[in-house]
Design a protein around this ligand. Structure first.
Ligand SMILES: Nc1ncnc2c1ncn2[C@@H]1O[C@H](COP(=O)(O)OP(=O)(O)OP(=O)(O)O)[C@@H](O)[C@H]1O
Length: 249
């Protein structure tokens, strides 16, 4: 499975300088990839382009070797994109909502209902499946978003800063779910919180000013930590070193 940006240039307004210029990025085909970087680095823009909700000025988005335009029907079914606010319908229960999305993506009504139940179980929301989405917490809603992706068999899941605004407990629960899901479906998750890396990401991509400044296995990222970094602070240290924030580079 390949989803990539191929020499893409993108700007929001004609008169402004591009956020991304001649930018290439390929999502690793397995496991959890964390796209890390400070505010304004271009993470959300990258995800929007990969999700097909923004169109490049130059270059191509490629899905399974084909340019996105010719693959778009298949693309919508196979690539799941979760913006920060999951756009649920407040009057539907969690299961009704997940089933509805699965039906929109092409499942039959019966299959959609079945699969919604299974997907909610996989994100640890079985108990809440009959609750109206209006009554769910922010963290639960984001898990409902992941359940939608699972219910229609997405082949890639894109998560835009899904842990922003969650309390520490919800973050932990959410990360556990993402780790479990990423064992089966590749997940790209953007964040500006180094703590989201924890020890579960397979790959780390570090972004700054519209460029990838580091991309590789999590251990190769952590190897950049200063030797005197306190135990448990290696990720923060590696981030500072690679971003040139620790005064040593
Ligand atoms: N809708 C928009 N219109 C104009 N400029 C935008 C828009 N969205 C983002 N930008 C600009 O594009 C640049 C990259 O923003 P982007 O949201 O992709 O970064 P980010 O790394 O996701 O940041 P954050 O962590 O704050 O979400 C920033 O300079 C931002 O101000």
């Amino acid at each position: 499975m390949t989803l990539l940006l191929d020499h893409v240039t993108f700007r929001y307004h004609r008169w402004e300088r591009p956020v991304l210029a001649n930018f290439s990025y390929e999502i690793p085909s397995e496991g959890l990839t964390i796209l890390l970087g400070p505010n304004g680095a271009g993470k959300s823009t990258t995800l929007s382009l990969l999700a097909g909700t923004a169109t490049p000025l130059a270059g191509r988005v490629r899905f399974k070797e084909a340019p996105l335009t010719s693959a778009s029907r298949e693309f919508r079914r196979q690539v799941a994109w979760l913006p920060q606010r999951v756009p649920t319908s407040r009057q539907l229960t969690a299961r009704e909502y997940v089933a509805y999305v699965a039906w929109l993506k092409g499942e039959s009504r019966t299959d959609a209902w079945e699969r919604a139940g299974e997907a909610l179980e996989q994100v640890d929301l079985s108990e809440q499946s009959g609750q109206k989405t209006a009554r769910l917490s922010g963290g639960q809603l984001r898990r409902v978003g992941i359940a939608c992706a699972l219910a229609h068999d997405a082949l890639i899941i894109l998560l835009d800063e899904p842990t922003a605004g969650l309390d520490p407990h919800q973050r932990t629960v959410f990360r556990d779910v993402v780790r479990k899901v990423a064992a089966r479906v590749p997940v790209l998750m953007s964040t500006h919180d180094v703590a989201d890396l924890a020890d579960e990401a397979n790959t780390v991509s570090l972004m700054k000013d519209g460029r990838i400044v580091h991309h590789g296995a999590t251990q190769s990222f952590l190897d950049h930590a200063r030797p005197d970094a306190a135990p448990g602070r290696q990720a923060e240290s590696a981030y500072s070193v690679l971003m040139g924030l620790d005064g040593t580079s």
